[in-house]
Ligand binder design. Structure first.
Ligand code: NAG
Ligand code: NAG
Ligand code: NAG
Length: 436
C-alpha cells in the first residue's frame, strides 16, 4: 500500500512543472513525471595519484575533512572511494584487489602471488595468479582440478602437456600470448633465456576457490609413495630413485631449455589441437576511443571455459557494457575508474592502477573510464568459451526510439548519436572532459 507523503506530492508537482510540454516540438520526449530528474552533477574524478594535495572526503557540498590519521598514498589512489560520486548508493561487495596486497611466495628462481575468494569473496568464479620465473626456472610439473588459462606479461616460456590419450604438446609463448590446459592435464612451465630476466605471466583459473598452493605436484606425490611402488611403476631398481626430493619444489632454478623448441621434443607434437595461442599476432579492432582484441574458442579452440579481450582506451575514452558471464579484469597500464551497478539502486565506484584486478559478477552493468593521462591497457577475462557482451549504446540504438524516449526523455537528435554498431571503446565527447 502506498501512502502519499507531502514530499512525494511536492516532488511529483515540481517534476510535472519542469517537464517540457509535449506540444513544444514533434521530437520532444513524452512526459513521464513519476520521478524527479537525476542530479546533473557530472561527478568528475576529484584527484589522481599524482595530485599534490591532501585528499579530503568532500564532494558536492557533502562530507567533511578528516581529523584522524590519513593514509594519503592510498587515498590518492582511490578518489572515488574516499569521496564517491553522488550517484553511488547502497552496498556492493568489494570488487577491487591489487596484486600488491597479495601475500607473495618467494622461491629460489621466482615468486608467485594469488587472488582468490579468500581475499576477494565476490570473485566466486575466477581466481588469478601472477608468477615470475627467472631465466631457466621451472614451475614444477603439476596438475589441478580447474582449467588454467594464461597470458604472458613479459619474456618467453616453454610449456608442455600430455593429454589423457597420451598425446604430447610442447611450445613456446612470448609477450601477449596465451596457453590453456584443461582440468587434470599435467603440465610444465619453464622460462626461456630469450630475455636475460626470464618471464612473468598471469594464470587464470575457472574457479574462484582455486589456490596455487594446493595443486598436485610431481615431487610432492612421489615423496608420499612407498619407494618399492615407485620402482615397480617405472620398472627400475629402488636405488634409481635415491635422490628424489623429500618435499615439493614448486618453483626451481634450472638450465634454460634449448632455444629451438623442436630440438627439445622427445617425439613430435601429436595433439589434434594446439594448447597455446599467439594472441600478440592478432590484429586489434580500432574504434574511436582505442583498440579491442578478442580471443575465444572460435579461434583458440582448446580454451573452452575461458576467453578474453585485450583492450586499450585512449585518454578520456571509456567502455560501457554488461557481461553475460563472470568477468575478471587486470590493469596492465594507465589509470581507470569503474562503477559497478548491482541492481536495486546499488552502485559503487572504485579506482584502478596497473597491477590491480577488478571482478564483475554476471549481469552487473559497468563502465571502465580512462581517468589518467596515458593510454589505459587492460585484459578482460570471462569464464566462458565464447566472448559475449551487451553494449549499452547499441542496445538503445536498435530498439524503437519511442521506448528509449519514454525511459530517458532524450530527443531524436540524441538517439541518432547512439551507435548501432558495437563501439567497444568510445573516445571523449567534444563537450565533456574527464577531469574537473
Ligand atoms: C572449486 O574449487 C574448490 C576448491 O578446490 C572445490 O571444492 C570446488 O568443487 C571447485 N568448484 C568447481 C565448480 O569445480
Ligand atoms: C640460453 O640457453 C641456451 C641453452 O642452455 C644456451 O645455449 C644459450 O647460450 C643461452 N643464451 C644466453 C643468451 O644466455
Ligand atoms: C594530467 O596532466 C595534467 C597537466 O600536467 C595534470 O594537471 C593532471 O593532474 C594529470 N592528470 C592525471 C590523471 O595524471
Amino acid at each position: 500500500m502506498y501512502s502519499w507523503s507531502l514530499l512525494s506530492i511536492l516532488t511529483i508537482l515540481s517534476t510535472a512543472l519542469a517537464a517540457p510540454a509535449s506540444s513544444e516540438t514533434s521530437s520532444a520526449p513524452a512526459p513521464s513525471p513519476t520521478v524527479p530528474y537525476a542530479s546533473d552533477d557530472p561527478n568528475y574524478p576529484l584527484w589522481n595519484p599524482e595530485s599534490d594535495i591532501t585528499p579530503e572526503p568532500i564532494r558536492s557540498g557533502l562530507g567533511a575533512t578528516i581529523l584522524g590519521p590519513q593514509n594519503v598514498p592510498v587515498e590518492l589512489q582511490n578518489p572515488d572511494v574516499l569521496a564517491p560520486p553522488t550517484t553511488d548508493n547502497g552496498a556492493v561487495p568489494n570488487f577491487k584487489w591489487p596484486f600488491s596486497l597479495s601475500h607473495n611466495r618467494l622461491q629460489t628462481g621466482g615468486w608467485a602471488r594469488e587472488q582468490n575468494v579468500n581475499v576477494m569473496p565476490v570473485a566466486t568464479d575466477i581466481a588469478g595468479v601472477n608468477m615470475r620465473l627467472e631465466a631457466g626456472a621451472i614451475r614444477e610439473l603439476h596438475w589441478h582440478t580447474d582449467a588454467e588459462w594464461a597470458y604472458m606479461l613479459s619474456g618467453y616460456v616453454r610449456v608442455s602437456t600430455v593429454t589423457p590419450d597420451g598425446q604430447v604438446y610442447l611450445a613456446d609463448v612470448g609477450p601477449g600470448d596465451l596457453w590453456y590446459f584443461p582440468p587434470g592435464f599435467p603440465h610444465s612451465i619453464q622460462a626461456k633465456n630469450t630475455t636475460e630476466e626470464g618471464a612473468e605471466f598471469l594464470l587464470i583459473f575457472d574457479n574462484g576457490s582455486f589456490s596455487e598452493d594446493s595443486t598436485f605436484l610431481l615431487t610432492d606425490w612421489l615423496a608420499h609413495v612407498p619407494k618399492e611402488v615407485i620402482a615397480k611403476n617405472f620398472q627400475t631398481d629402488i636405488s634409481a630413485f635415491d635422490r628424489i626430493p623429500s618435499h615439493e619444489l614448486y618453483i626451481l632454478p634450472s638450465h634454460p631449455p634449448p632455444a629451438d623448441v623442436a630440438t627439445d621434443m622427445v617425439v613430435p607434437n601429436d595433439t589434434p589441437i594446439p594448447y597455446t595461442f599467439p594472441m600478440s599476432q592478432v590484429e586489434g579492432t580500432k574504434t574511436a576511443g582505442g583498440t579491442y582484441k578478442v580471443v575465444d574458442s572460435r579461434t583458440f579452440t582448446a580454451a573452452t571455459t575461458i576467453c578474453a579481450a585485450e583492450v586499450t582506451v585512449e585518454v578520456g575514452g571509456m567502455r560501457c557494457w554488461h557481461p553475460t558471464e563472470p568477468e575478471w579484469t587486470f590493469f596492465i597500464s594507465g589509470e581507470a575508474r569503474i562503477t559497478v551497478f548491482a541492481s536495486s539502486s546499488n552502485a559503487q565506484t572504485s579506482d584502478f592502477q596497473a597491477g590491480d584486478i577488478a571482478y564483475i559478477p554476471p549481469s552487473f552493468g559497468h563502465y571502465i573510464e580512462n581517468t589518467g593521462n596515458s593510454t589505459l591497457k587492460f585484459l578482460e577475462v570471462f569464464k566462458s568459451g565464447i566472448f559475449q557482451d551487451i553494449s549499452l549504446s547499441q542496445w538503445l540504438a536498435l530498439i524503437p526510439h519511442e521506448l528509449v524516449k519514454a525511459h530517458l526523455r532524450v530527443d531524436d537528435a540524441t538517439i541518432a548519436k547512439f551507435s548501432r554498431t558495437k563501439q567497444e571503446v568510445v573516445g571523449p565527447t567534444s563537450s565533456g572532459s574527464t577531469s574537473a
